[in-house]
Design a protein around this ligand. Sequence first.
Ligand SMILES: Cc1ncc(C[n+]2csc(CCOP(=O)(O)OP(=O)(O)O)c2C)c(N)n1
Ligand code: SF4
Length: 300
Amino acid sequence: MKITEIAQEEYITGSLSCAGCAELLAVRLALKVLGNRVVLIVPAGCMSTVNCYYPQLPFRVPMFVGPFAATGAILSGVSAGFRMRGIKDVHVVGLAGDGGTADIGLASLSQAIVGRRKFIYICLDNEAYMNTGIQWSSTTPYGAITTTTPLPEIVRESEQNKKDLFSIVIAHRIPYAATACPSYPFDYMEKVKRAAATDGPSFIHVLTPCQSGWGFPSSKTIAMGKMAVESGMWHLCEYRDGKLSFSYVPKNKIPVADYVKIQTRFRRMKPEHIDRLQKLVDERLQAMQEMISEPAEVAP
Ligand SMILES: Cc1ncc(C[n+]2csc(CCOP(=O)(O)OP(=O)(O)O)c2C)c(N)n1
Ligand code: SF4
């Protein structure tokens, strides 16, 4: 996607999100790709509870706030309803956090993918239940402090890194899935475009750095997303036609320690914990490379 292709229109007018909120940026960029023929299905989470206090409704497209666990089911139902009425030009889009997707909404998402209705599910992953005060989720990385994992001894040797949600989703043989980060906006928007063109369910797992929960200055959101990718804590990849590929591979990987030391959520990690996290990250990369069926391309 080129800069000249990006719509001038804005579909968000004011918001109560924190300054530098990457979730909001991800929604803003997605709507620029999708336009205003969109219905947003949003469970509890920062995009609904923080942003939408009546009469403050920042999204200029129809939005439905559903039960926390039900995003996938609602996407399926709304999509089926449009189909029954012969309406083909409305994008049915889910916007759920990592808690609402990888934990409480996982069964609903799974069944929705199996149901094969056309929808776009965007998981906004800030790596904790942020809107209720930074509780641990299964996508919280190893070593990060949350209000439900506040003690150093929580950083245990046995603990694993993030739940591999993306692998769970592609195990469904979903027609289209991708990982993204708004720090790489063109890559992300191209993926939204491809999801919109998919005739069936699609899923985009977006890393959305959160200044409140991660502990970094609000001006550093974009840099934080870039460091996540450059350190291997996050990958940009795509699953199309049954094949997984990287859409970007860092030329010079940075150590995980550089990423960890600039966020207060990792402040209780000792050197041995950081070494363990580096090992987990390296193992994850190796596992992904083994799954890759196409050679990696390095984006400019
Ligand atoms: C069934 C149910 N349990 C708990 C809650 C309380 N709740 C509302 S939002 C939220 C956290 C959402 O976290 P996440 O899905 O990760 O989104 P984020 O706030 O981080 O964007 C919780 C626990 C709820 N609304 N419904
Ligand atoms: S807590 Fe994090 S995700 Fe929620 S509005 Fe603030 S920056 Fe955005």
